[in-house]
Design a protein around this ligand. Structure first.
Ligand SMILES: Cc1cc2nc3c(=O)[nH]c(=O)nc-3n(C[C@H](O)[C@H](O)[C@H](O)COP(=O)(O)O)c2cc1C
Length: 183
């Protein structure tokens, strides 16, 4: 059964290493999976007063989310947590109360950082939020990437063979897990 995977990038930076990671990872997906970015960069700042008159950008995110089978998050770590732009998107699509578009979507969590911690703390915070949003998150393997020069090759693929093999393994396991959960 083909599956559509939405992915969210927690960085708006043009040269984001998490965006590069997302591009490289989607190339490792199985042929019956399609990947679509769920854009979050144009969402307004969340304001609870607008819960019952959500902006068109928020409505777009929610309808795109409802159309996908599962979601992958590629997140940087900002000050030992998730970037505000990602939290803003999580909050928007969780509202109004009882009408969250995240609920039940199986989640994959990966992150890349120039810091040695490799987004571990950010991912831990994200996993806490996903649990509250009722999104099952694949536990293993964890993907904490410390990105240095040469991590991506000129075509935007993962340059190091062992790392590429590990990430391919992650994608294979994620695909099987999503199929198991979504039928
Ligand atoms: C506001 C801010 C806070 C940051 N805090 C952390 C941090 O807590 N841990 C870390 O490993 N890197 C931190 N960094 C460095 C990021 O890992 C680095 O900027 C990375 O390239 C961000 O991901 P991106 O390339 O996808 O935008 C921070 C960067 C910024 C701009």
């Amino acid at each position: 059964m083909p599956k559509q995977i939405g992915y969210v990038i927690g960085s708006l930076r043009k040269d984001s290493i998490n965006r590069k990671l997302a591009t490289a990872m989607t190339r490792l997906g199985p042929t019956d999976f399609t990947f679509k970015e769920l854009r979050i960069g144009d969402l307004p700042l969340y304001n609870q007063d607008q819960d019952h008159a959500q902006a068109p950008e928020v409505q777009r995110l929610k309808s795109e989310l409802r159309a996908v089978d599962a979601v992958i998050f590629f997140t940087p770590e900002y000050n030992r947590s998730v970037p505000g732009v990602l939290k803003n998107a999580l909050d928007h699509a969780s509202r109004p109360y009882g009408q969250s578009a995240w609920a039940g979507k199986p989640a994959g969590v990966l992150g890349a950082s120039i810091g040695a911690v490799g987004t571990a703390v950010s991912q831990l915070h994200l996993r806490t939020i996903l649990a509250y949003l009722d999104m099952p998150a694949m536990g293993q393997p964890e993907v904490y990437l410390h990105v240095k020069d040469g991590f991506f090759d000129e075509s935007g693929n993962i340059a190091h063979a062992e790392t590429k093999k590990f990430l391919h393994g992650w994608m294979d396991k994620y695909a099987m897990w999503v199929k198991k959960l979504t039928g």
